[in-house]
Design a protein around this ligand. Sequence first.
Ligand code: PLP
Length: 360
Amino acid sequence: MSRAFNFCAGPATLPEAVLKQAETELLDWRGTGMSVMEMSHRSDEFVSIAETAEKDLRELAGISDDYAVLFMQGGASSQFATIPLNLLGENAEADYVSTGIWSKKAIAEAKRFGNVNVAASSEDSGFTTIPDQSSWATNPDAAYLHYTPNETIGGLEYDFVPESGAVPLVADMSSTILSRPLDVSKYGLIYAGAQKNIGPSGLVVVIVRKDLLGKARKETPTMMNYQVIADNGSMYNTPATYSWYLAGLVFKWLKEQGGLQAMGEMNARKASKLYGFIDDNDFYANPIDPRFRSWMNVPFTLADDALNGEFLQGANARGLLNLAGHRSVGGMRASLYNAMPEAGVDALIEYMTEFAKERG
Ligand SMILES: *Cc1c(COP(=O)(O)O)cnc(C)c1O
């Protein structure tokens, strides 16, 4: 068996050690004679798996008891509606910052439920930069301020946490959560689809300050009501048990790697190596304002688009997979999440060097 380097933006590569542990435990979880997939979510065994996962995540990210941690379903996209239903009162307004395709999707969905103020946008630049916060037209009475710390498709990432004063800060951290240390206390709500840095797709982790619970509109579907989910330990209905278990294995693995500090150092090294190479090589280019280049998703173009197919074919043949850019932007994109080892970046750079020499 050989494992390729998988640069997919999501579902993304998982730590090999985690997959191996899941393999070992697949048929018989710790002498129970059952797979985790086959366990009642109310069983002592599964409840211990679920509680351990939450405890490890709280330790990793420094999440205090002021916050509830919810393991929900429907991916990050379902949160685009869940957030306004819970936090945006009937006549209130919410601030959103538009920095790319994911924030635009969040904005479009929120508009279905109430007043949205787009406080700032970098669309004019083709979403290649983050507008300076001094230029944001925020509403001091907004129900919340929503932003997207890392735009997965564009490869654009904030290098600061917006100041929102008394307005709760809401962050779509799908593609950057756990990639470096974070200060949860600055946020009202953090959400992240699992399939980039946490585990399998479908699961979405929500970290929400408890004083924001209990404000959902009357018509909010029960399954989307944070208070209900929190009151029931994310088991109002059958949760995504196996995904929750795998997420727990990833949290353990992250702790063994030295936690978020160590991850941040490794991720900074990987990103700076690849961007450094792209900048030094005339054959490749990245369009993003260097200050706001994503550590997690590195888009790049070749000097000649006609060579894209050949580039991807050669990459596949070497076990460097899923380097095609998002269908909406083209070019290439290498996603370098936590589970991508530095050796993967080295192998990619080696291939890019050779390709540019031969075809450049
Ligand atoms: C992947 C992604 C999403 C969508 O996640 P789904 O789980 O597919 O709904 C939303 N926001 C960001 C920033 C993402 O990277």
